[in-house]
Structure formats: C-alpha cells, structure tokens
Design a protein around this ligand. Structure first.
Ligand code: FES
Length: 512
C-alpha cells in the first residue's frame, strides 16, 4: 500500500504479521458460468471453514473471493480463539434469558474445539496453543462487573472464575479468567484448510467479485463480472451482505474499525490473552515470531468507520498505551481491521430472510470472529444439510428485540445516514493547492464535490466521494489512505477501487 509522509510517520511496518508470514495464494478467477451445490461468497474464516465442512459432508462447493482469500478482515485479526468476549454473558442473560445466552456460550466454546479438532485431524502447523483468556478490571467500579461476568459465564457452563491476580504489569482490580481457550496463526490454519477444498467438484476462485444474488426458490444465481455460479444455496460470508433483498440489514449494523501493533519486549510476555473491561478496549496476546522470538500483539482503539477524525491518532494512542504498560524494544508491525456491531451484540447467522431461505448470512461478529465465524460455519453447514442446530435460535437474523437500546441504535443509524448522505459531516474544505503530499480531503473541484488525495510524488488522485452503495459521502482515512463510508463500511483505495463491500462498484474519478 502506498504511504504518504503522514502515514510513514506512524510506528511499525504497515502490514499484518499474519499476511507477511504466509505465502500469497494464486487460485484462478472464475473461468465462466458454473453449476455447483453451494456457492460461498467470501474467503475469510467463515467462508473457508464453511467450504471445508460442506466438502467433508459430500457437497460440491465454489468459493468466490473478490481479492485474495484471508486477506480481508480475517487477515487483520488479533486471532484469539476464545468464548470470553470482553463482558457479554451477564448482558446476554439479561437480554435474551439463560437458554439463549447458553446457546451463545456453547456455540463459542464449541468453536474452540472445532478448530482444535481440525488442527489435529489435518495436522495443521499453525502454532495452535491452549491459553487462558482474561478480561481485567482497571477500576474498583469495573471489578464488580468482572465478578458478575464470572458468575454469569459459570452459570452458563463456561470454564470461568474470578481471579485477583492478573499477570500484566498494569494496575488491575481482578479479572474474569476462562480456562481452555486458545490462540493460533489464523492464516497458516486457514490456508491449509483452504488447500483441502479444491477437488471432487469443489473449487476456489479469487479475483472474482460477486455483484448480485438471485434466489429463485432453491435455484440461486450469483452474478460476477466473469460469469454466473448457480447452486442450491448461497452463503454470504462477506461480513456486510452486499445483497440485502429485505432492505433491513443496512439499518441494523454499525461498521467499526480497530487497530493492532506487533511489538517486541525485553521480557517474556505472561502466558494468556488479555482484554480490559473499562473504557476503550485494549487487548494483549503474544505469538511466536519467525526468528524464534516473541511478537506481542496489542490491539484496540475501536471507533465507528468513517468518523471525521485523523485516524493516525488511533495508532499513536495505541502506541502510547502500550508504552504505558511495557517499555517496548521495537514496534515491528501495524495493521487495522473492520468488523460490524449488531443491535443486540449477537451476530446474524442463518437464512437472510423469509422468501430468501436458500441465501445464508453470517455477520456482526463484534470483533470475535475466530469463534463466531467458526460457529457460523457449523450452523450454516447444519442448515444446508437439513439438520437441526442447537445454537441457531440465538443467532437468527430475523429475531428482533424491541428494547429501548435497539430503538436508540436504529434512530442513531438513521440519523447518521441522513447526515452522511447530506454530506453534513464531510464538508468540502480548502483548495487543491492546500492539499499537502500524503493528505486527503473533500473539496470542490470544478464546481463538484471531490475526494482528493495527493500522493508523496505530488500526483493528485481525485474521486467522487459519493459511496456507490447507497449514496453516503465517504471520509478520508489518513492511517490507511482509503476512502471509508460511515454508513455501512464500504472502503475504497485512493483511486476509488472497492477494497471492502458492501459496495460492489468503484467510485467515479474526478478530474484533478
Ligand atoms: Fe452503504 Fe456507503 S456503505 S452507503
């Protein structure tokens, strides 16, 4: 990725450790029209795991990926395999009742074993390691929340306990600790799993962007620029569904970005995976580095996608936070990821909607995609086989809890959409001459609103910043040098090319 001087001033190489330490794949693009049993759109953890499970069950599967598999959100995770999702269980019991909260707990704890058993069955070398997970309190107030979470999780059958000692050199007030959790190198795991998919009628296609889905009562067609894929069922494993026939999901999820640094310490990192309970999320874990040493991944600083702020500050704040806990020997990597939050904090997994029973979605993982994505693959594989799944109810996309929080969320999202469609937040500012190398901003060019980026060689890249999805105005993301849409999280490079849906069409160029 191209960097302006501003982005160059940030700490670490701008690359995911997972992507840098695995070979690039070279699956072919779709060669033309195709018929298969199941089409999986999206090659991240949900798509690849679904394809592997369906193939094992005897189905012919076609995986369609717009770019390279595992280079999207899955390639930019912190890769904790845990059912400890910061603080969620006390809230789930309150909101859904014990029975459905138990379904969520069991689905995520079972996902750890699903990954472990696939690693064992296929002998996948992916640094899979059992580790405990902690959510720690940083204040007296949150100590009670953490203790309540331990009680709630234990009541649901999870391996939870409240502990006083947290082995991090930070001021803490106890933690909820889950035993029997794990970590791994997600791309080593998934690329191996993906290599098992092709054959016996199953295939993976890269550089093939899905543009449209039609569900004609059990005969579904996915249209791409390179041909169509026809099948009995389609799994949309693209995070935000680019196809929203009921027109409902677009108001029910919020896109959110978060940041990670890969750092080196002068001392060993304590065994475990950690996240705080208070304020902005801060997450820690370690990972064997290629040189035999240890990389420590510190993450957090989440915010709504497309906020009109200088996103470089999030990396800087994360660095300052990391340095407040440990003296850092070096900062080797930096990367960021995007995920979606649902109204009630639980993903949507299952049939898209009534009348679209053969199109399945899995989205809204709230940053806990390793286990929720694996659970989604299990649930959808069961559904396609016509088998009952014990966790499907809590994840049902057509659930709706008319709680006050849900109404507030909807009102907030509609309000945000109106502001961004009107461009009230991304207002044009200044002239072309004011745009420094490495800077991007919205301004007026020849009487039209333009998103302008001047690269380090001084070349101007100018686009129409109106998102091709539903028309909100994209904002410049200075840390990643992309145009990000605040409404549903579509992202485009500096020349307007789509790098993250739900948009499927590039931004138009403006003369610059
Ligand atoms: Fe929906 Fe931009 S992502 S309007």
């Amino acid at each position: 990725m191209e960097h302006g001087p501003g982005a160059d001033s940030l700490p670490g190489r701008h690359e995911s450790f997972w992507i840098e330490t695995t070979p690039e794949t070279s699956y072919p693009p779709l060669p033309g029209n195709l018929e298969t049993d199941v089409t999986v759109v999206g090659g991240g953890i949900t798509g690849i795991t679904t394809a592997a499970l369906l193939k094992r069950a005897g189905y012919a599967v076609a995986v369609i990926e717009a770019g390279r598999i595992c280079h999207g959100v899955t390639g930019h995770t912190t890769a904790k395999i845990t059912s400890l999702h910061r603080l969620i269980y006390a809230e789930l019991i309150d909101r859904f009742g014990s029975r459905q909260a138990h379904q969520y707990a069991e689905a995520n704890q079972a996902a750890i074993e699903t990954i472990a058993s696939l690693v064992r069955e296929y002998d996948i070398p992916c640094s899979f390691e059992p580790k405990p997970a902690y959510t720690y309190a940083e204040s007296e107030e949150s100590r009670d929340l953490v203790a309540a979470e331990a009680d709630a999780a234990r009541s649901l059958g999870l391996p939870a306990a409240f502990v006083e000692d947290v082995p991090l050199p930070a001021r803490t007030y106890g933690a909820v600790r889950f035993a029997d959790q794990a970590q791994f190198h997600p791309l080593k795991y998934l690329l191996h799993l993906a290599s098992l998919v092709p054959g016996d009628g199953s295939r993976i296609y890269e550089k093939t962007r899905a543009l449209e889905v039609q569900d004609n009562g059990g005969r579904c067609t996915v249209r791409t620029a390179l041909g169509t894929v026809t099948s009995r069922a389609v799994v949309l494993a693209t995070h935000y569904p680019f196809y929203d026939a009921p027109g409902f999901y677009f108001a029910r999820m919020e896109p959110s970005r978060s940041y990670a640094l890969g750092v080196r310490l002068d001392e060993p990192f304590p065994a475990g995976m950690y996240i705080n309970a208070d304020g902005p999320a801060h997450s820690w874990r370690s990972q064997p580095a290629v040189d035999g040493g240890e990389l420590v991944i510190v993450g957090g600083m989440e915010h709504r996608t497309g906020e009109d702020v200088d996103t470089r500050e999030h990396y800087r704040s994360l660095e300052a936070y990391a340095r407040s806990v440990y003296p850092l020997r070096s900062i080797d990597y930096r990367w960021s990821a995007q995920d979606y939050l649902t109204i009630d904090g639980v993903p949507y997994i299952g049939p898209l909607a009534a009348g679209h029973e053969n199109v399945y979605i899995a989205t809204g993982f709230r940053k806990w995609g390793m286990t929720n994505g694996t659970a989604a693959a299990t649930i959808i594989t069961d559904m396609i086989q016509g088998r009952a799944n014990p966790w499907a109810e809590v994840y049902a996309p057509d659930r709706f809890k008319p709680a006050a929080a849900a109404r507030r969320f909807l009102v907030h999202n509609i309000d945000v959409a109106e502001k961004y469609i009107g461009g009230a937040i991304s207002r044009p500012a200044g002239d072309l001459a004011d745009v420094a190398p490495g800077e991007g901003r919205i301004l007026m060019l020849e009487g039209k609103k333009a998103g302008v980026f001047r690269d380090r060689e001084g070349k101007v890249h100018a686009v129409n910043p109106t998102c091709t999805h539903l028309g909100c105005v994209a904002a410049w993301n200075s840390a990643e040098e992309t145009w990000d849409c605040p409404c549903h999280g579509s992202r485009y490079d500096a020349d307007g090319k789509v790098i993250h849906g739900p948009a499927v069409k590039d931004l138009k160029q403006r003369g610059g």
